[in-house]
Design a protein around this ligand. Sequence first.
Ligand SMILES: Nc1ncnc2c1ncn2[C@@H]1O[C@H](COP(=O)(O)OP(=O)(O)OP(=O)(O)O)[C@@H](O)[C@H]1O
Ligand SMILES: [Mg+2]
Length: 341
Amino acid sequence: MALQDRVATALAEVADPAGGGDVMASGRVSGLVVKPDGAVGLVLAVDGLDRAAAERLQAATEVAVNRVAGPKAARIILTADRGSVAADARPAQSTIPGIRKLIAVASGKGGVGKSTVSVNLAVALARQGYAVGLLDADIYGPSVPTLLGIEGRAALEGNRLQPALAHGLKALSMGMMTDPGKAIIWRGPMASSALVQMVEQCDWGVLDVLVIDMPPGTGDVQLTMAQKLKPDGAVVVSTPQDLALIDARRAVAMFGEVGVKVLGLIENMSGYACPECGAVSHPFGQGGAEAEAAAIGAPFLGRVPLDMGIRSDSDAGQPGRGVAAEAFLPIALRLARETGL
Ligand SMILES: Nc1ncnc2c1ncn2[C@@H]1O[C@H](COP(=O)(O)OP(=O)(O)OP(=O)(O)O)[C@@H](O)[C@H]1O
Ligand SMILES: [Mg+2]
């Protein structure tokens, strides 16, 4: 196939953020040419996109072109109607090239199942055919390597970190860079800048979505992360009891402050089916997160039961089986819809 056709095929894998299929089908890309020196020129219309979306699309387009035509081949000219926000695009503080959507999974309270939810949601989305990455942003207590059964360190190519491939995902965690037995002592500003650097220097390739497993709480690290990485939205995980819900509310408020949309709430550890007799009990109450979602006007994405298999599969690095597979599929589908994936 001629280079121009191969570039067109690669671009047909880049989705139009405004819907309407890929950037070739929707007409955003025009004037595709291959110059004698191998450079690939094209015009990318970013009408109707806000600045962040326009920049991500530009980056995704560049990655797609360079993948088939060689590094630095892309020459992209951006155009937009007068009046469009993107027309006066300023350089962003931080973008991750090639990644369509960033979703942060957070909670005010620790131990409510953020990491379990992040991993199982990522696996469910990957099974739906999305290209999915998972970033473990909990640099003090990384759990993604255990949850995905990843061993060893992240490889470096040049000075770029290589994510691990596991269960159909690309994953990166501070646990792939440090000695698992050692405590990590970092002060806030250092921690957040290490994290942003880790995300930006990783070879994610082209992703439909990067799921970010956030550390617990609503402190400085979380705030800086939300501001620097500018996620497209946040999912807030809570257990049904009041104490966890108070913290969930705090997380929702934090995202509100930095202008990150809350895509929805998930109620985890909701109901326990006795493996002996099948009777369902509610050790942490029931329905609290759904009521909370209604109160703040955010979508309720669904509930995940407290299940022995989810716990043992998590420890064994085997996500997406049994009750987890059943519970997370509808939640992932709802989330994909809310996110515009
Ligand atoms: N639905 C569930 N059923 C059974 N066990 C669960 C469920 N969700 C989470 N767990 C278990 O609860 C523990 C805490 O979960 P997890 O590590 O995902 O929480 P977290 O919110 O990420 O914690 P941290 O705040 O420390 O990051 C783990 O042992 C996990 O296996
Ligand atoms: Mg966690």
